[in-house]
Design a protein around this ligand. Structure first.
Ligand SMILES: *Cc1c(COP(=O)(O)O)cnc(C)c1O
Length: 371
């Protein structure tokens, strides 16, 4: 059994995928070829925003809007410590200060109540300038944007939605990628919509931000590549990868449905031996991961080794919250600063999740866990 089975998906689209790749080899426009614009147009329409700017990875998709907003030394950027390193790495990379805010124990997403407190504290202290909030749509579930948008208005701070895991999720009829001032996603192969390498995209309704992102993407270009009006990146996505996303995207809306069916089956079959994920009314998760809670770290180790004996892979996202990572030692956080993230990092683990997981496999997995 595989944790994520990409081969099954490929077998469904192999002929068209080959054709898409051959088309790129035939026209030879490997950099910013026509598939780039075609993909950007389709994804912007799906998300329901004006602009999509493709780029080299989900990490650069987070970095580029921060660069466009001139985030740098003296600025505070608020995010969760219970996420992949990239979310906070880009803040530090620009010389700004990551301010961590603990998560809600039910959704694993940033707690709006604690966010309000944290922003207020930074204003009171007066040392840093609160500039951006980066909520993460962890495991595919959008963060609480109704509450976060109110906070962003109250303090006049921007929101950058980290939808690397969230693309395909929604709140009521608003799609992930449409929240905040801009949103970032990743096409890393294991994400809900992946390519066959690295890639990412930024979504926004803001025309001025769009112009800046297009410039940042190619070395801060002005009128052309040899007129440089700001410091930028080589942040482009390959034409070949866009061709692959385009073909995979034909399956995507159905795959979101299938992922939800897999999650529903897990929810139905797992006993209260473990804590299953909760999705509040109005929210749709894209189930980038199906994550459950064991009683404690020993219980988790025990369940994971039982799964392993049965040939079932499992994974821990995330074993160490970011405030406890060596790379962030200089921020002087202490153990105990973010008790919910710390507890979850001891108890959480993720089960195999992909659109083509068979019911019989789900039954086997749940049988092992229920014991
Ligand atoms: C994967 C991921 C990223 C980074 O995406 P890459 O394409 O690997 O650079 C950023 N944030 C979150 C929450 C992720 O899961």
């Amino acid at each position: 059994m595989q944790f994520i089975d990409l081969a099954k998906q490929q077998s469904l689209i192999k002929a068209n995928l080959d054709k898409r790749i051959q088309d790129v080899l035939a026209h030879g426009k490997y950099i910013m070829g026509p598939e780039i614009k075609e993909m950007e147009a389709q994804l912007a329409e799906y998300v329901g925003v004006k602009h999509c700017v493709s780029c080299s990875s989900g990490t650069d998709a987070l970095l580029m809007p921060l660069m466009a907003w001139d985030v740098g030394p003296g600025d505070a950027v608020f995010t969760t410590p219970f996420t992949f390193i990239a979310t906070a790495e880009v803040i530090q990379l620009l010389g700004a200060t990551p301010i961590f805010v603990d998560i809600d124990p039910k959704t694993y997403n940033i707690s709006p109540e604690l966010l309000d407190v944290a922003i207020n504290q930074v204003f009171e202290k007066g040392e840093l300038n609160p500039k951006v909030i980066i909520p993460v749509d962890l495991f595919g579930l959008p963060a609480d944007y109704a509450a976060i948008e109110l906070i962003s208005k109250k303090y006049d701070i921007k929101i950058l939605e980290d939808a690397a895991q969230g693309f395909g999720g929604q709140i009521d009829d608003r799609k992930a990628g449409s929240f905040g001032d801009a949103a970032s996603t990743s096409f890393f192969p294991a994400k809900p919509l992946g390519c066959y390498g690295d890639g990412g995209a930024i979504f926004t309704d803001d025309d001025e931000l769009y112009e800046k992102l297009v410039s940042v993407r190619v070395h801060g270009k002005g009128g052309d590549k040899y007129d440089n009006i700001r410091i930028g990146l080589n942040g482009r996505m390959d034409t070949l990868q866009a061709a692959i996303v385009l073909e995979k995207f034909t399956l995507f809306p159905n795959e979101v449905k299938l992922r939800n069916e897999v999650a529903a089956k897990y929810n139905e079959l797992l006993s209260d031996r473990v804590v299953i994920p909760e999705v509040e009314n109005g929210y749709t998760s894209v189930w980038a991961q199906y994550s459950i809670l064991a009683k404690d770290a020993d219980d988790r180790a025990n369940l994971q080794s039982k799964l392993k004996e049965a040939g079932i892979p499992s994974a821990v996202y995330y074993p160490k919250p970011l405030h406890q990572q060596t790379a962030f030692n200089h921020l002087d956080y202490q153990d105990g600063d973010f008790p919910v993230s710390e507890e979850m990092s001891q108890r959480i683990f993720s089960l195999p999740m992909h659109p083509y997981l068979e019911v019989s496999d789900i039954e086997t997995i749940c049988g092992v866990i229920n014991g």
